[in-house]
Design a protein around this ligand. Structure first.
Ligand code: SF4
Length: 458
């Protein structure tokens, strides 16, 4: 199911065919939309639409363009509307220093007022920001908006602004403008926003995606935004839908998402086997204790799966690009299971990949790599750093001695038994020297080098 997190169906542009537009988005797989209020009248209409349609939710607030018209009674009425159970947030609020339809000092005052109202009613906020990144950030920080969170809607800002908003716990919502040929920088921002903080929207009737440019936008077109996000993040459309359903549920408590722990899950066209949550590292960027979800799949295992259960999940291995042994933990802790299952997968013409922290020899106190010959097609090892000191700082390995050197040796030796060997690092901000890691991997170890984005798992 697709979700459009920001629409204005109450606007006059939909007066002639509103119900047709609604039916059209339902027919196109959009199962939930959030209708945003931008002044008192539109907020009332948004609530009315939500009341009349199970799958429409509303927000109430005064857009910065209109903040010059808001008086004390307006806010009393907005607060009253907030009591409706279909109202999920306060907004759209924020600052627009591009059009400046309202004086800047009034916009600022009203933005602060929205945050205070949202806090009073325990709701999150929908933030509009245009040419006012520093000012928006400083207000969000000064007003402790982190406590309520919300959405930076129709994101069109800088990478730095996105990172700061993420630090404040906000979700970033992208719209049709990511499909525009000139939006190269914006597309780079899409790539770094973690899937668990990402939303999509149409902002209908505005900002039609490239393929519909010149036409009125409508929620059915959110599909084009979803497709672009999937392409940029190298995910499937289903992966994007799953992540967004979960994000909306966490933020607003509406809609549904699959919470059941998974022993096997699909990302793109590969099947990942979640075989353990135990690990011999404690990486600083690992979220398995705090948020065990990867691309919307719950990986917190109640118990480790056996071979029969996993084989049943796999079905026909040739249906997937590859079967990946991973887990939110270190898979080689279950070496025998890997070997037995890999044998079965290979006998059924499947491809096998192992994602590991490279501790296999330390765990089993012997060279386990010859066991992989003919069974593992690709091995991806987390090198994580350029030196022993950095490695220990980042990974906190559970072994005495120089684990970093052992991981390097593991990578080198893998080449003898596994056709494709990849060493990875995570671009943890300000923590590792990536060019140095690349030199070590390519020159010293002689394998493929890959940088994984910080905060992007799976
Ligand atoms: S190796 Fe992987 S599972 Fe283990 S702590 Fe590091 S990130 Fe988490």
């Amino acid at each position: 199911m697709l979700i459009d997190s920001h629409v204005h169906l109450e606007m006059p542009q939909f007066d002639k065919d509103r119900e047709e537009v609604i039916n059209r988005f339902l027919d196109n797989g959009v199962g939930l939309v959030i209708n945003i209020g931008s002044n008192l009248d539109s907020s009332k209409k948004a609530v009315e639409l939500a009341r009349n349609h199970e799958f429409i939710y509303a927000t109430v607030g005064i857009h910065p363009h209109e903040s010059r018209n808001a008086g004390v009674e307006t806010y009393a009425k907005i607060e009253n509307l907030l009591k409706n159970e279909k109202v999920v947030a306060v907004g759209e609020t924020g600052l627009d220093f591009f059009k400046n339809y309202s004086p800047r000092d009034i916009q600022t005052k009203e933005f602060i007022k929205h945050i205070q109202i949202a806090k009073k009613h325990n709701k999150s906020i929908i933030v509009h920001c245009r040419e006012a990144e520093d000012e928006v950030l400083s207000i969000l920080k000064n007003e402790s908006a982190k406590d309520i969170g919300g959405i930076i809607h129709c994101f069109s800002g800088s990478m730095q602004f996105a990172l700061e908003c993420l630090k404040l716990g906000f979700y970033i919502s992208f719209s049709g403008n990511i499909t525009y040929p000139k939006a190269k920088n914006l597309r780079e921002v899409v790539k770094i926003v973690p899937s668990n903080r990402l939303l999509i929207e149409t902002d209908a009737p505005f900002l039609s995606p490239q393929s519909k440019r010149g036409k009125r936008n409508e929620p059915a077109f959110v599909q084009y935004v979803a497709e672009k996000v999937a392409e940029l993040k190298m995910l499937s459309l289903k992966d994007v839908e799953r992540n967004i359903s979960r994000n909306i549920h966490i933020l607003f408590g509406i809609g549904d998402y699959e919470d059941k722990p998974k022993t096997a899950y699909k990302i793109r066209n590969s099947l990942y086997l979640n075989i353990t949550n135990r690990c011999t590292n404690q990486c600083v960027f690992c979220e398995r204790e705090t948020d065990p979800f990867v691309q919307g799949h719950n990986l917190r295992l109640a118990k480790e799966p056996g071979i029969e259960e996993l084989w049943k999940e796999i079905g026909d291995p040739t249906e997937y690009y590859e079967i990946v042994f991973c887990g939110y933990g270190e898979p080689t802790l279950r070496l025998q299971l890997i070997l037995d299952l890999a044998k079965k997968i290979k006998a059924h013409h499947g491809k096998v990949r192992l994602n590991t922290n490279g501790h296999g020899n330390l765990i089993h106190k012997r060279d386990i790599l010859p066991d992989f010959e003919g069974l593992i097609d690709t091995i991806s090892v987390s090198l994580n750093a350029e030196s022993e000191m950095k490695y220990n700082e980042i990974s906190h390995p559970g072994f005495e001695g120089n684990t970093f050197e052992e991981v390097k040796r593991f990578i080198m030796e893998s080449k003898k038994y596994v056709p494709n060997v990849i060493a990875t690092v995570v671009d943890t901000p300000n923590q590792i020297d990536i060019p140095k890691c690349e030199r070590i991997v390519k020159k010293e170890l002689g394998v493929e080098f890959r940088v994984r984005s910080y905060n992007v798992v799976g």
